[in-house]
Ligand binder design. Structure first.
Ligand SMILES: Nc1ncnc2c1ncn2[C@@H]1O[C@H](COP(=O)(O)OP(=O)(O)OP(=O)(O)O)[C@@H](O)[C@H]1O
Length: 308
């Protein structure tokens, strides 16, 4: 099946000469949740803006359901919902009208029942007659999401959706995202919260300095780049590691009180058993043993660090 979004050799150079995107290639399948991770200024918003048709590419092209986002702007824009980082709507309009109006802007016929469903899902129904300026910051974020869902999009972009929102809203939001995915909506989100990507995404893309460093299935990424560590707290400090352990991933830390061992996940049982036996033979004993697996955050920091 053709991807629902196909980004091909996409470049963006801003008017001041800044190269924000340097040849991005990315396919997104229908119904997946893709998280784009990247530090500030990586190019995430620029990429999303071009796919959504609100910024022009300098080179390359983007197809959404086989339509070019520049040439076929009307067709693609109607398929996409965008939750931007900030609210820019009229503060004196009511919640219900703002969301209904947004549906009309996308060329869809009025559908109060759909608007009600969206507002209820986002716990905004009891605020439907409030003006936007009467809402809290978190509620305004909910309105942004409601607007993006007002025209029943096939693809939803969430640009840092949970920056500065409370736990309840975050949970509501992920609940809505899960339901949307179940109904076949494709979701692309940018985030600085790596745990969030770890929790919710099917695939993770890492972008830095205008380049897409990788896009991988989340589980495969963790398996490929994730490290496992065994930590041994020693009964007696060691002044140095015996030579026979040199070069096998064992490190002496914490003033000689701790040994850490990076081990091979494919062959872990055997290598750990062998190591523990060898330590005992060398009279090195431990009082506590624990393991640690690298998180997506560790992987991300390592990748971005390496690409600098
Ligand atoms: N209109 C513009 N003119 C010149 N440079 C711009 C413009 N808009 C963005 N940039 C630059 O392009 C780069 C990418 O910006 P972008 O907003 O896409 O990053 P981002 O990954 O979304 O960052 P953040 O996580 O901070 O939102 C940044 O260095 C930014 O300063």
């Amino acid at each position: 099946m053709a991807p629902i979004i196909s980004v091909q050799n996409l470049t963006k150079t801003y008017a001041n000469g800044f190269e924000a995107l340097k040849g991005i290639n990315l396919d997104v399948e229908k119904g997946e949740i893709l998280a784009l991770l990247g530090p500030n200024g990586a190019g995430k918003t620029t990429l999303i803006s071009i796919i959504c048709g609100i910024a022009n590419p300098s080179g390359g092209r983007v197809l959404v359901a086989d339509h070019d986002v520049v040439k076929d702007f009307r067709a693609t824009r109607g398929m996409i919902g965008l939750v931007p980082q900030e609210l820019t709507t009229d503060q004196f309009e009511t919640v219900f009208n703002t969301v209904s109006f947004s549906r009309g802007l996308h060329g869809k016929k009025a559908n109060p029942a759909h608007i009600e469903k969206v507002l209820r899902a986002l716990s905004l129904w009891d605020k439907k007659d409030n003006m936007l300026r009467q809402l809290s910051g978190g509620m305004k974020r909910r309105v942004l999401i409601a607007k993006a869902l007002s025209h029943e999009p096939d693809i939803l972009f969430l640009d840092e959706p949970t920056a500065g929102v409370d736990v309840t809203l975050r949970k509501d939001m992920w609940h809505v995202v899960e339901e949307l995915r179940a109904s076949g909506v494709t979701i692309i989100l940018t985030t600085h919260y790596i745990e969030e990507a770890e929790e919710i995404a099917d695939r993770v893309g890492v972008i830095n300095g205008g380049e897409l460093l990788l896009v991988e299935d989340k589980a495969a990424l963790m398996a490929k780049l994730g490290r496992k560590q065994l930590i041994l707290d020693l009964t007696e400090p060691l002044s140095r590691l015996p030579d026979c352990f040199a070069g096998n991933g064992l490190t002496l830390e914490a003033d000689g009180n701790r040994l850490t061992y990076d081990f091979d996940t494919d062959n872990e049982q055997e290598s750990i058993a062998a190591l523990l036996t060898r330590l005992g033979e060398n009279n090195i004993h431990f009082k506590d043993l624990s393991t640690r697996q690298s998180s997506l955050e560790d992987i991300f920091v390592a990748l971005v660090g390496a690409s600098k």
